[in-house]
Write a protein that binds this ligand. Structure first.
Ligand code: CA
Ligand code: CA
Length: 281
């Protein structure tokens, strides 16, 4: 088998991750049972924490590998070494941008905050592909008043918990352009799927449905787009491949702790004291 035939197979394996490998050979994959990280009924969430980064379009230090002879990703030499190799090309570059201290000169702008359902993109996605794949919210980076140089070369990062209130079959998918990784934590296990490098936009889900029960499941989602249209959307289905974005009330930023109300009340008291001081000043 030559490299060009092998590459799509490898890519498919990477997309579906270990789940597809476990299901190989089975006509219909059995559901995978995943216990929650925190069992029980939890109050509705108000979204999760997110960070969006705008990488400079002329950033020229990609460590994604490219084989010029076979025209394939994943081996060869770093794309940042080629004249044409500016911007983001894959998960390795996502990791570089999202380091605690990204390289000087890489990041042009950023936005961090709480978001509701995870369904974001750029103007080009909405105008050219929103009709087919569904319209999304324009990423906060590119909101009104944005002075960024373009809506290309941007990353997103979301983390928190998915709140399940009814036991049953579920699956998760990520609509992406150009790439992503998704991790789901429960019962001491982590399920992961990813789509590295540059890809035509697509929605990718786990190869098997998951049997989930009431509670909170930790998750992390990272995505990036290089040029033209960009999108990231986390959706779920109830065992029927009927995808809808995970609703905001099922996205929880942090596990409620006993005594959190007392902490909040303490915070309010401090705020009140600060206001009083200001008035006296
Ligand atoms: Ca774009
Ligand atoms: Ca794109």
């Amino acid at each position: 088998m030559n490299a060009s035939k092998l590459a799509p197979l490898l890519r498919r394996a990477a997309v579906a991750g270990s789940l597809a490998l476990m299901a190989a050979g089975a006509a219909v994959a059995d559901p995978i049972t995943l216990a929650p990280q925190y069992a029980g009924q939890y109050a509705a969430g108000n979204g999760v924490d997110a960070t969006f980064l705008k990488v400079k379009d002329d950033w020229h230090d990609s460590t994604v590998l490219w084989n010029e002879a076979t025209k394939t990703y994943g081996n060869g030499s770093a794309i940042g070494g080629y004249d044409w190799g500016t911007g983001l090309w894959g998960l390795a570059d996502w990791q570089t941008a999202n380091r605690r201290n990204p390289p000087t000169g890489m990041i042009e702008g950023s936005w961090s905050g709480r978001v509701g359902q995870i369904s974001f993109g750029d103007d080009k996605y909405n105008s050219e592909h929103g009709g087919k794949w569904g319209p999304v919210t324009v990423a906060p980076l590119f909101g009104p008043g944005s002075t960024l140089s373009s809506q290309d070369n941007w990353t997103s990062h979301f983390g928190g918990y998915i709140r399940v209130t009814e036991a049953g079959l579920y699956n998760f998918s990520v609509l992406h352009d150009d790439g992503f990784f998704f991790k789901l934590h429960g019962g001491g296990n982590t399920l992961e799927m990813s789509h590295d490098f540059l890809n035509p936009r697509d929605r990718v889900g786990f190869g098997s449905d998951l049997w989930l029960s009431e509670g909170l499941y930790g998750f992390e989602l990272g995505a990036y787009e290089r040029i033209l249209a960009g999108v990231v959307e986390l959706a779920w289905s109830r065992g029927d491949k009927n995808w809808t974005p995970v609703p905001t009330e099922h996205l929880v930023a942090s596990v409620p702790e006993p005594g959190s109300f007392a902490l909040m009340a303490g915070g309010l008291l401090l705020l009140a004291a600060a206001r009083r001081n200001r008035r006296n000043a």
